[in-house]
Design a protein around this ligand. Structure first.
Ligand code: AMP
Ligand code: GLY
Length: 425
């Protein structure tokens, strides 16, 4: 079977590598892909949001399954586009339809959903510019720090955490009346701050059955000690040492089961991944957010730990018999360290040649912002490459990745050297 992966990051390279190992795959395509996916699959120069270009490629390349990496095409309705087209309707799309994608596409929707189905989350209220005074009053009723979330997709930048009430009020006004995050902030969710340690749990579902995938923890801030600006993710570890079976059982009972049931009650036929961002508050899980896809760089540690034919699992999603499928999880810990362009997540330069890629290593190099130029691999994005290694514990896994990184270089390369600092002891 020919398969198309939509996206271009380390997540898509990790999926491509796993899928390329399946005996069920004839040809693998990635759109648009990167220099890494180009080595194991065929890159197609297509924007995943250009659905008619995706359709032409699917028909021209005889593609029989589509895996959607990022959220934007899902929120824009790519799954529905396939279902409505007689030439595409039989081709399974791994990723929810537009109704399901609202779990990530609208914070207000996801908060209402959690409240309706009794899923533990921070208390909240939603405001529009017509009710700015109500927003101020709600902020006054909360304790610092204040959490403001743009309702819509804002490229991971739509959440503000503010220490001071006056700043929170002025930022709320900026979001609502001056569209600080464009139309994404025409509605704003204000919520209670949850103090704890974050982790993520991933679920694959066919809409009825589900499989819980390994947990992971990512490091979002650019600076060591979790300081500075938020990024897409600077590294990740799987499993999360404190997410023991008792904790995961609580997540299953309190979050996963009511989420799957809630989707069914809402009439949402959800086929794909659910990424549950959690806060562990005194050993109780609270949902911070849902994403309707796998995480990046979490995929680069979760997927390598899964010993299965991924196509078989995706067939289970498509045919709604995921309960008949199984996989084994590698008990070792996987860690990934993201190499980024100097300056990221603000301005950075591109086109820097990456050296050392041919060095002997036990790590797996997942390309993210890379492209090929004159037979060389050059940087083409902020997050450039995720270096994944296995170990008996997270410290051993990280040590192996840091060792591999000693051989890799590009001008102004930066990475965090302190991953796992919060998990020690
Ligand atoms: P989100 O986009 O909803 O994941 O929010 C981005 C980040 O803000 C999360 O990864 C958390 O670190 C933080 N955050 C979001 N909501 C809360 C909350 N209610 N309490 C504490 N931190 C939060
Ligand atoms: N690493 C966080 C995300 O993929 O949203």
């Amino acid at each position: 079977m020919n398969i198309l992966i939509l996206g271009s990051g380390g997540r898509e390279h990790a999926f491509a590598l796993k899928l390329s190992q399946s005996p069920k795959v004839t040809q693998l395509f990635v759109a648009p892909g990167n220099a890494g996916t180009n080595e194991i699959a065929t890159n197609l120069s297509i924007d995943p949001l250009d659905f008619s270009a995706v359709k032409s490629a699917v028909l021209a390349c005889n593609i029989r399954m589509v895996l959607v990496g990022p959220e934007a095409p899902l929120v824009a309705g790519i799954h529905d586009y396939f279902l409505k087209d007689p030439q595409l309707e039989e081709i399974p799309v791994i990723g929810p339809n537009q109704a399901g994608a609202q779990l990530e596409g609208s914070k207000d929707f996801s908060k209402k959903f959690m409240l309706k189905y009794g899923i533990p989350t921070a208390q909240y209220q939603t405001f529009t510019k017509e009710n700015l005074a109500g927003g101020y009053a709600f902020l006054e009723s909360l304790k610092a720090p204040y959490v403001l979330k743009a309702d819509g997709l804002a490229a991971g930048k739509g959440v503000l955490i503010l220490e001071d009430l006056d700043t929170a009020k002025s930022e709320l006004k900026e979001m609502l009346t001056n569209e600080k995050f464009g139309t994404a902030s025409s509605k704003v969710v204000i919520e209670e701050f949850l103090a704890g340690i974050e982790l993520s749990v991933f679920v694959l579902t066919d809409g009825v059955h589900y499989k819980i995938l390994p947990s992971a923890k990512d490091y979002k801030r650019i600076g060591e000690g979790d300081t500075g600006l938020n990024t897409g993710g600077m590294g990740a570890i799987s499993p999360v040492p404190f997410a023991n079976q008792t904790f995961i059982d609580k997540v299953e009972d309190r979050v996963i089961i009511p989420t799957i049931k809630g989707l069914q009650v809402e009439g949402i036929d959800y086929r794909g991944f659910i990424f549950i961002g959690l806060m562990n508050v005194n050993n109780d899980p609270y949902v911070i957010e849902y994403n309707v896809r796998m995480g990046d760089p979490e995929t680069e540690v979760v997927i390598p730990r899964i010993d299965a034919d991924l196509v078989d699992l995706f067939d289970g999603v498509a045919n709604q018999n995921l309960d008949e499928k199984s996989f084994v999880v590698n008990p070792k810990t996987a860690a990934t360290v993201m190499l980024v362009s100097g300056g990221y997540p603000e301005e950075y330069e591109k086109g820097k040649q990456i050296s050392g890629l041919e060095s002997e290593t036990e790590s797996i190099l997942f390309h993210a912002g890379t492209s090929s130029r004159d037979g060389k691999v050059v940087t083409s994005g902020g997050r450039v490459m995720a270096v994944t290694s296995f170990g008996d514990d997270f410290e051993a896994a990280l040590k192996a990745s840091y060792k591999t990184i000693q051989n890799l270089h590009f001008e102004k390369m930066y990475y965090r050297k302190d991953l796992g600092f919060d998990l020690k002891g």
